[in-house]
Design a protein around this ligand. Structure first.
Ligand code: ADP
Length: 500
């Protein structure tokens, strides 16, 4: 089956968060099971082009419509992790994707509207005729109305459209005039059955457009799917999602089992597995090596070498991730026992300032390391060398860091919400079988609950090393790969493709 995925991120070349990992993992799984996969994304100046193989120009002058005029684009084609990727490079005077960053520009809305119009024009002109067009998040949602209302009548009409909500917090709200810039009559879409925002008058909601116009809508975990159809979790879109209940489903994300593999990880100086005894004399990848990586991590971040657990947090520092609880966890560990590593960056200036202040407070602290930047290579070492990883999220559509943590034997401590509730089961209090108990959970997003959970996990680490060891092995054996989720997506694709 020919499937085209269109998104704003792709690991490892253009990654801000989990969206990039999902694009890589899902498309690679689909590709490995024999499907013909194309990915289309912007050609960012800051993407890691060294990781794109055989980059060539596919179309040197694709004209696309914007604000009543036509602008040229260069379309590039290259290979990322053996996946075929088309890159759209607009030659608009505003240099939409030459900003030195992925998101966070004042005109993000126009950047992605331009990208969508150029993308569909490219697919149309190149006569790409996939069975499925799979869109991700608000940045690409407008492709659904563009496809059905503009390009179908031009004969580009055999594909079905799937839309995935990765995070309902970012819905893509704009004025009707913005929509008109790409050739859709903004005012005509400002009705409740189309793109009118359910909360704000005269506002267009692109994510709503993705939901209304797509043939199928998914989100990234079953529990998040249940949460966002409630008024509390739905951020204005709950009644719409309830209305479209028959074309809406939560499918749990996986992680790419090759990219996130402690036995082969390209970023690690040494490898390990959950095997305690080597399988042959050449097998050095035994669990003990995790201890070596812990020492390496400490050396790298100038933490003291001592008998204590390392607790880590790797996250975008936004309120969703429980930034107040993360700050508290750092201070609590500094006051009590253990070591803490934070790797995170905040797009919100006030939150960034707070964490910079905290870094000052703990500068040169032998047990605290605060790293406020994005660093893919370091993230792999932190996952591998730590003992625990915390995700005290206020809400979490799926969450990948807990899944990566499990694969690297780094035990997750999570607040039970969204995908965290679907993947992490408390070692003491879960109703699941012992085999499935793989971490620590708490319900209330409070300082007390965070402290109690840290205490429980840290005491377990110090006081019952054998039992902790078994927990690590159990965690590493959990299978959260893309195999099953990709089958679930395929089932949806196939059902849609069979429809006339
Ligand atoms: P979200 O998509 O909400 O950011 P996820 O848990 O789904 O959260 O995915 C986060 C991904 O981004 C993980 O692969 C994580 O390792 C990575 N990540 C987050 N912050 C950083 C950082 N500062 N440096 C490197 N990787 C990061």
């Amino acid at each position: 089956m020919h499937i085209v995925h269109i998104a704003a991120e792709l690991a490892p070349i253009a990654k801000v968060g989990g969206l990039a990992d999902v694009l890589l993992g899902l498309t690679r799984e689909l590709s490995c099971s024999g499907h013909d996969i194309d990915i289309i994304m912007p050609k960012y100046d800051c993407m890691d082009s060294d990781l794109v193989r055989d980059l060539v120009i596919d179309n040197a002058n694709l004209m696309s419509f914007f604000e009543g005029d036509y602008f040229s684009n260069t379309i590039w084609c290259g290979w990322v992790e053996n996946l075929k990727v088309y890159f759209i490079e607009p030659h608009h005077p505003r240099l939409f994707f030459k900003r030195g960053c992925f998101y966070g520009c004042h005109d993000d809305m126009e950047r992605y509207l331009f990208f969508c119009r150029a993308t569909i024009e490219f697919m149309y002109k190149k006569q790409l005729r996939p069975a499925i067009i799979h869109l991700h998040d608000w940045q690409t949602a407008v492709l659904a109305p563009l496809y059905y209302d503009v390009y179908n009548s031009l004969g580009f009409c055999q594909a079905k459209v799937v839309y995935t909500i990765h995070n309902l917090e970012y819905q893509g709200r704009c004025s009707p005039a913005n929509l008109s810039k790409i050739g859709l009559d903004g005012r005509a879409y400002c009705t409740s059955d189309k793109l009118l925002d359910p909360l704000y008058p005269d506002v267009i909601n692109l994510m709503k457009g993705g939901i209304v116009y797509s043939d199928y809508v998914t989100t990234v975990s079953p529990t998040y799917a249940k949460e966002i159809i409630t008024p509390l979790g739905g951020r204005g879109l709950d009644s719409l999602l309830r209305f479209y209940n028959n074309k809406f489903k939560g499918i749990l994300n996986g992680i790419d089992k090759n990219y996130w593999d402690p036995e082969t990880d390209r970023y690690l100086p040494s490898h390990f597995s959950c095997r305690e005894i080597p399988i042959n004399k050449h097998d050095h990848n035994v669990l003990d090596k995790k201890g070596y990586l812990k020492r390496t991590l400490r050396e790298r971040l100038l933490l003291a070498e001592e008998h204590s657990p390392i607790v880590s947090c790797i996250a975008r520092l936004v309120p969703q991730k429980g930034t107040e609880l993360i700050k508290h966890a750092i201070s609590y560990i500094a006051k009590t026992t253990g070591q803490f590593i934070l790797l995170g960056i905040s797009p919100i200036p006030t939150i960034a300032d707070e964490f910079h202040a905290l870094r000052q407070t703990f500068a040169d602290h032998p047990r605290i390391s605060i790293n406020l930047h994005h660093n893919e290579e370091l993230s792999h070492l932190v996952f591998a060398g730590s003992d625990m990883i915390i995700l005290p999220s206020i809400f979490e559509p799926c969450g990948l860091t807990q899944l990566i943590g499990l694969r690297y034997g780094t035990i997750p401590l999570v607040r039970r919400t969204g995908g965290l509730a679907d993947t992490i089961f408390d070692v003491e209090f879960s109703d699941k079988s012992e085999q499935m108990r793989n971490g620590y959970c708490f319900d209330d997003p409070t300082i007390q609950a965070m402290e109690t959970t840290l205490d429980r996990a840290i005491s377990h680490w110090y006081e019952e090393p054998n039992s902790w060891h078994h927990l690590v092995v159990r965690a590493m054996k959990c299978d959260f790969s893309w195999t099953i989720p990709a089958e679930q997506y395929l089932e949806i694709y196939q059902q849609l493709a069979q429809r006339a």
